[in-house]
Design a protein around this ligand. Structure first.
Ligand code: E4P
Length: 217
């Protein structure tokens, strides 16, 4: 399972990269705005900085919602760096654009996916990644993990190569359940990755080992 961090915060990206388990980064316009990164030029420069920190795929989202606009923006983003994956929303024009990009060898991440039907379309169009948002489904009392399981089944039935990128991950149980189901990738905040580290028996066990070691020294 690949681990992506879902942030535009450079310190957190560095911290995750230093942990040695990071495979990529996802961003979106809200995450950019949260870091105060606004305006086309600043956003482009920020993507370049992220690519310098991370060894792996970096999703960069288009703002346009019409076919020509998505193509223009996506081609500009793809030219920035080999690691860039063009993030395209799950809308009719987006599906057309994903097919276009796929034919041109430009990698894509189909975002804002909330149903298995949408994920099937994204795979048919040749998306590199599909991003079902599990946390946001949970927020409206719908089990996001069921969606991951449905997409896994459908993709395996037909041998689709589109990777399932479980997005809107909020905590360690989301990651573990996605791993059991067979999601290819998870993306979440640094806290969700670091929460995998924690167990009270590890803490108390280590404290006891250190205490006993110090008795003999
Ligand atoms: C995915 O690529 C999105 O950036 C993200 O996972 C959305 O998560 P949120 O629901 O926590 O905003």
């Amino acid at each position: 399972m690949k681990f992506f961090i879902d942030t535009a915060n450079l310190d957190q990206i560095k911290e995750a990269q230093d942990l040695g388990v990071l495979d990529g980064v996802t961003t979106n316009p809200s995450l950019m705005a949260k870091e105060g990164i606004t305006g086309r030029e600043n956003i482009i420069n920020h993507y370049k900085k992220i690519c310098e920190i991370v060894d792996g795929d970096v999703s960069a989202e288009v703002i346009a919602t019409d076919f020509d606009g998505i193509i223009k923006e996506g081609e500009e983003l793809a030219k920035l760096h080999d690691q860039i994956v063009v993030k395209v929303p799950m809308i009719k024009e987006g599906i057309k654009a994903i097919k276009y990009f796929s034919d041109k060898g430009i990698r894509t991440n189909c975002t804002l996916v909330f149903s298995a039907g949408q994920a099937l379309l994204a795979a048919k169009a040749g998306a590199t990644y599909v991003s079902p948002f599990i946390g946001r489904l949970d927020d409206i009392s719908t089990d996001g993990l069921n969606l991951i399981a449905d997409i896994r089944l459908i993709y395996d039935n037909y041998g689709f190569e589109t990777e399932i990128l479980a997005a809107s991950v909020r905590h360690s149980m989301h990651i573990l359940e996605c791993a059991k189901i067979g999601a290819d990738v998870m993306t979440g905040p640094l806290s969700s990755i670091e929460s995998l580290l924690k167990h009270p028996l590890t803490d108390s066990g280590l404290a006891k080992f250190l205490e006993d070691y110090n008795k003999g020294n």
